[in-house]
Design a protein around this ligand. Structure first.
Ligand SMILES: [Ca+2]
Ligand SMILES: [Ca+2]
Ligand SMILES: [Ca+2]
Ligand SMILES: [Ca+2]
Length: 334
């Protein structure tokens, strides 16, 4: 459905569907009804929201700081200016690597820094739709015209999180806090497997939540990319893509222009309500599916700190070229 929806989106661009105001959400609301004892998530001890640290200097040693991040340029063309993490091998029915989440609860979180002038997507109309693809795309695990997909984008500077179920519909939820202020922000999105419930947290504040489509949204082990990419979408569908719209579908579906650091994918719900953001980089624990610290600082290999079971590749290029290795990080080393 993606292509049809995308072109329908072009036609309706001047209408409210693309440029309308962001829906009201209850910022920083810790709604007990949204969580469930079944999830096993315990509310944070300290529920007081914290402002995002910026230019925080933390001690060196034991990787407690971040020396390196990636600076994307928003090219959105040519399968470059992005990181690609394979989540399936289309030539067989073997299970994907741990980064292929969606069969269980999961959390995707990362640090992001960008400017509004570089990311001009308008407000997203959130609801039972796939309109997250109209924002500047930060995380793209789409499947072209097929179900079981998800992604994170920015519309009018707000975090947008969308999921399509297993023939159970679509849902996009929108945060209200503006993050495109050229400062580092922590973003966490979650999905509960039992009922498809979705959450967005920004700098530890619960920003948006809602019941989403049900079912397994991991990449199908027997998935066959459709013939929508000048041929089968073999170079876009079976990947988790960072910092770009994975299909290069056109400027109506823009890519993120800014920095990403310390991306963690977990096979659990990490957060139940407003929480205190970690003051240093994460270490791998038993719930970590993949952890990308971007400490390589050179080259094209993207290392997964969780045993490198889900490695990625930097696809460098564009004008200006990206993503560049950057020393601008949320946890600067002395
Ligand atoms: Ca880093
Ligand atoms: Ca496969
Ligand atoms: Ca549901
Ligand atoms: Ca799979």
């Amino acid at each position: 459905m993606r292509r049809a929806l995308r072109w329908a989106g072009c036609l309706s661009w001047v209408l409210a569907s693309c440029g309308g105001p962001a829906p009201a959400v209850d910022a920083a609301r810790a709604d007990a009804s949204a969580t469930d004892a079944d999830t096993g998530v315990s509310p944070a001890e300290d529920a007081a929201p914290l402002d995002a640290p910026d230019d925080r200097v933390v001690p060196d040693g034991s990787l407690r700081c971040s020396r390196s991040a990636l600076r994307f340029r928003g090219s959105g063309v040519g399968d470059i200016d992005r990181v690609k993490i394979p989540v399936d091998d289309p030539t067989n029915n073997a299970p994907g690597p741990p980064a292929d989440v969606g069969a269980t609860d999961f959390t995707i979180e990362f640090w992001l820094k960008g400017a509004a002038a570089d990311n001009r997507a308008g407000a997203i109309r959130c609801g039972d739709n796939v309109d997250w693809i109209r924002g500047n795309i930060v995380i793209d695990r789409d499947r072209f015209s097929q179900d079981r997909k998800f992604g994170v984008s920015l519309g009018a500077g707000r975090v947008v999180w969308g999921v399509s179920g297993d023939r159970t519909g679509d849902r996009t939820v929108c945060a209200s806090a503006v993050v495109l202020d050229d400062r580092w922000h922590h973003v966490a999105v979650q999905r509960r497997r039992r009922d498809g419930y979705l959450w967005i947290f920004v700098d530890g504040r619960l920003e948006a939540e809602g019941d989403g489509p049900d079912g397994d949204v991991s990449y199908p082990d027997d998935g066959v990319p459709g013939n929508h990419c000048g041929g089968p979408c073999l170079s876009s569908d079976p990947f988790l893509v960072l910092g770009a719209e994975k299909h290069d579908a056109g400027r109506e579906y823009p890519s993120f222009n800014g920095s990403i650091d310390e991306l963690r994918i977990s096979r659990t719900l990490r957060y139940a309500t407003t929480f205190t953001v970690a003051a240093e980089p994460w270490a791998v624990d038993s719930d970590t599916a993949a952890l990308y610290r971007f400490e390589e600082a050179s080259g094209d290999a993207i290392v997964d700190s969780a045993g490198n079971a889900s490695p990625g590749v930097r696809r460098y290029g564009g004008n200006p070229p990206g993503p560049d290795w950057s020393t601008d990080t949320p946890f600067r080393c002395p």
